[in-house]
Design a protein around this ligand. Structure first.
Ligand code: DUC
Ligand code: ZN
Ligand code: ZN
Length: 481
């Protein structure tokens, strides 16, 4: 009997801390050997001339997420195809909470949906209604089932929470050893500007960006961090779009605060100008925070290099352009306020970041591996099982041709959405094979995984989210557990 179920031979293996040419032996879905040359025999894949990367970990994806008005068009099956097509093997997605409802019933529903897919998954729990019942009784039950991150929105109707409720979520997270992830934009400021824009007849998609300029992101980022520092609760600031906001994170990091920053490919490629197109076309680029101008891209790259922004996820939140479920669900003449926010990016994330980052010399291959796989896995409590190529880790691999050139088209994305905002973008570097737990699930663009083979990734307590023990006046205002 062969020693290994699969051997990946002869590739340049990217560890995130240098690259080595070695073979990878896989047994039972895990990496069990790394050696210059493993014995011949048994199934193998020839990776000569290719990079072997850890399968991507996309720690911010909205997939098949139900809301009172319906379910995301992207199912876990279509999202799994997109993920594998783009070299991603794990996702962290969201269990919703609707105001007036609890969270436990939604967890069962989201779990059943995700289990029908193929990509391995964990969950963030959205908290939009911080009732005593949810915080005191339901969250502990979710934590017991492996949910270790709570997501709050400081803006968005009807999801946003007040500062009072945000504080309660921070306290609850600290008690139970969870990370808090935060959407940072100022709710009142956006509403105020939106009303004024609409009253002035400025309703087109381009005014989406006018309603939420960088200052509203900076203010909310500052506040989110300050309150987290007060409670002594680690947080991750989601989808940082601009240096103004990121510098708030950098300042807090210099004080030793446990705050991490995430950005997304859209904030190094898309611009606010793209929303300024005739008719409804601009809606294809609408997401929040809004894409900024071109100069901001260079600043975001710099912040990635500095390690201030240490995770690049997709914030995949997809709405088709055509049809009545997507961008036009409120009609093609809807004002920017009534066009759903979000863009698809699950398949595009790694190719764009590799091409714009590594191929163009903005970041190293090591940095790429860390921000797309290793860091999100560590921050989400998925390491060492996910996010790195190491003995004992799941054999999740992306075999990458660093020289392959592609022009991004919607068909290449393999999602259920009818457009990609990256249509026509030329990239250098492309995944030619994706391996999930030792099984080849994508070869030359053909996804061949069985629906229902996804595995849930429950998360145990982990060090990164431990509080620092630094409290104002040494007084802990949080009630004891
Ligand atoms: N912004 C979010 O915060 N979530 C989903 C989509 C978006 O654009
Ligand atoms: Zn968000
Ligand atoms: Zn999001």
């Amino acid at each position: 009997m062969a020693d290994y179920d699969l051997v990946v031979r002869g590739g340049e293996v990217a560890t995130g801390f240098g690259t080595v040419r070695c073979d990878i032996g896989v047994k039972g879905g895990r990496i069990v050997a790394l050696a210059e040359q493993l014995p011949l025999g048994g199934a193998s894949v020839d990776a000569t001339g290719l990079l072997v990367l850890p399968g991507g970990v996309d720690s911010h994806c909205h997939i098949e997420e139900p809301s009172p008005s319906g379910v995301n068009e992207e199912s876990f099956q279509s999202a799994s195809r997109a993920a594998f097509a783009g070299g991603t093997t794990s996702v962290v997605c969201f269990v919703p909470q609707w105001k007036g409802h609890g969270v436990l019933e939604r967890f069962a529903d989201s779990s059943a949906r995700a289990a029908r897919g193929m990509v391995d998954y964990a969950f963030h729990q959205i908290i939009s209604d911080a009732t005593e019942e949810v915080l005191e009784r339901e969250i502990p039950q979710l934590v017991a089932q492996g949910v270790r991150s709570l997501k709050v929105f400081l803006t968005y109707e009807p999801l946003h929470v007040s500062d009072t409720d945000y504080l309660k979520v921070l306290v609850t997270a600290r008690k139970h050893g969870c990370l808090v992830t935060v959407h940072c934009e100022n709710y009142a400021a956006i509403n105020w500007r939106t009303e004024a824009l609409l009253a002035a007849g400025m309703t087109a998609p381009k005014y989406h960006a006018w309603a939420r300029p960088p200052v509203v992101e900076r203010e909310a980022t500052h506040r989110a961090i300050a309150l987290a520092e007060l409670v002594d609760q680690p947080i991750q600031v989601f989808h940082v779009s601009c240096a103004e906001a990121a510098e708030e994170i950098a300042r807090a990091q210099r004080r030793g605060v446990k705050v991490w920053g995430e950005t997304c490919p859209q904030y190094v490629t898309l611009t606010a100008d793209q929303m300024d197109q005739p008719g409804f076309e601009g809606s294809k680029f609408m997401c929040s925070p809004a894409p900024r101008d071109k100069d901001e891209h260079a600043r975001i790259w710099d912040l990635i290099r500095r390690g201030v922004l240490d995770v690049v996820s997709s914030d995949h939140c997809a709405f088709s352009f055509e049809g009545d479920k997507g961008k036009a669900q409120n009609g093609r003449d809807a004002s920017f306020r009534d066009i759903p926010n979000g863009i698809p990016g699950l398949a595009a994330r790694l190719p764009i970041l590799f091409s714009e980052g590594v191929s163009k010399g903005r970041i190293s291959l090591d940095e790429f591996v860390r921000v797309t796989a290793t860091n999100p896995a560590r921050l989400m409590g998925l390491a060492p099982r996910k996010g790195s190529i190491a003995i004992g880790a799941d054999a999740d691999l992306a075999l990458w041709d660093p020289k392959a050139k592609r022009t991004i088209t919607n068909a290449l994305m393999q999602h259920a959405i009818d457009y990609t905002p990256y249509e026509g973008l030329e990239v250098t570097g492309w995944p030619v094979m994706t391996i999930r737990r030792g099984e080849v699930v994508m070869r030359d663009g053909v996804v061949q995984a069985e629906p229902g083979t996804a595995q849930y990734l429950p998360r145990a307590p982990y060090d990164m989210v431990k509080p620092r023990g630094v409290l104002a006046n040494g007084f802990d205002a949080a009630p004891p557990l």
